[in-house]
Write a protein that binds this ligand. Structure first.
Ligand SMILES: *Cc1c(COP(=O)(O)O)cnc(C)c1O
Length: 225
C-alpha cells in the first residue's frame, strides 16, 4: 500500500517535469481491476481523479468510496450500461457511436446530469480499435453540440499496442491538430485531449495531452484476465 503512494508521487513528479506550464496535465489514476482499498490508498495520499473501463466496476466501487472522487469512464460503453454510466461518471471518454451519444443525452436529461464527454477517435484507423474515424468527427461534433444535456470537452484516443515512439508521436500530434482545427471551424473551445497511458504518457504530454490515463505505473501489474 505504501508502494501505491510512492508510485503515485513518482508519476506526478514525472508529469510535472515533462509538462510545461502552458498545458495543464491532469492525472487519471486508472483503477480498473484493482480493489477499492487501492483507490482509498491513493485517495488518502490526496488523489481525487480515478478511471474505470467497465461500468460494472464503477457500480460496485463508487458507493463504498468517498463522494468527492471524480470518476472517469474510459472503456468502451455498451448501450445498456449508459444509464448507470451517466449516473456515476463525471466524464465519459469513450463515446464512439451516435446511438451512445443520443442515449447519454437522453439519460442525462432524465437523471438531471450533465456529463462531460470526449469523442474517442481511431486516429491510426486500426481495424481492431474502437472509435470514430477522422472523417466522422465533424458530424459527431455537430450532433454533440446539439445535445443539451452533455458537454463535449474534447477527444480521446488509444494508441496501438505495438506502436513505435515515432508512430505514437504522430498519432498524438494528429489528434491535437484535429482538435485545433475543429476549435477554429466551430469557434469553440475543446480543452481536453485524453491520451497517454503508463508506457507512453511522457510522449502524449509532449504532444499536448491534458488527461493522462495511468494505471500500471501507480497500482502495479494487473492480474491477467
Ligand atoms: C487500462 C487502461 C489504461 C491504463 O493502462 P496502463 O497501461 O495500466 O497505464 C488507460 N486507458 C484505457 C482506456 C485503459 O483501458
Amino acid at each position: 500500500m505504501n508502494k501505491i503512494k510512492k508510485q503515485l508521487e513518482e508519476v506526478k513528479l514525472r508529469i510535472s517535469q515533462i509538462a510545461n506550464s502552458a498545458n495543464k496535465v491532469k492525472l487519471i489514476a486508472v483503477s480498473k481491476r484493482f480493489p477499492p482499498e487501492y483507490i482509498q490508498t491513493a485517495y488518502d495520499a490526496g488523489h481525487r481523479r480515478f478511471g474505470e473501463n467497465k461500468v460494472q466496476e464503477l457500480i460496485t466501487k463508487q458507493p463504498i468510496l468517498p463522494k468527492d472522487i471524480e470518476w472517469h469512464l474510459i472503456g468502451h460503453l455498451q448501450s445498456n450500461k449508459v444509464v448507470k454510466a451517466v449516473q456515476l461518471a463525471h466524464y465519459i471518454h469513450s463515446v464512439d457511436s451516435m446511438k451512445i451519444l443520443n442515449k447519454i443525452d437522453n439519460s442525462a436529461e432524465k437523471y438531471n446530469k450533465k456529463p462531460k464527454i470526449l469523442l474517442q477517435v481511431n486516429i491510426s484507423e486500426e481495424e481492431s480499435k474502437t472509435g470514430i474515424t477522422v472523417k466522422e468527427i465533424d458530424e459527431f461534433v455537430r450532433i454533440s453540440l446539439e445535445c443539451k444535456n452533455l458537454e463535449l470537452v474534447g477527444f480521446m484516443t488509444m494508441a496501438p499496442f505495438n506502436a513505435s515512439e515515432c508512430e505514437l508521436r504522430n498519432i498524438f500530434a494528429s489528434l491535437c491538430e484535429l482538435r485545433n482545427n475543429i476549435e477554429k471551424k466551430y469557434n469553440m473551445s475543446l480543452p481536453e485531449l485524453s491520451m497517454g497511458m503508463s508506457s507512453d504518457y511522457h510522449i502524449a504530454i509532449d504532444e499536448g495531452s491534458t488527461f493522462v490515463r495511468v494505471g500500471t505505473s501507480i497500482f502495479g501489474k494487473r492480474e491477467p484476465l
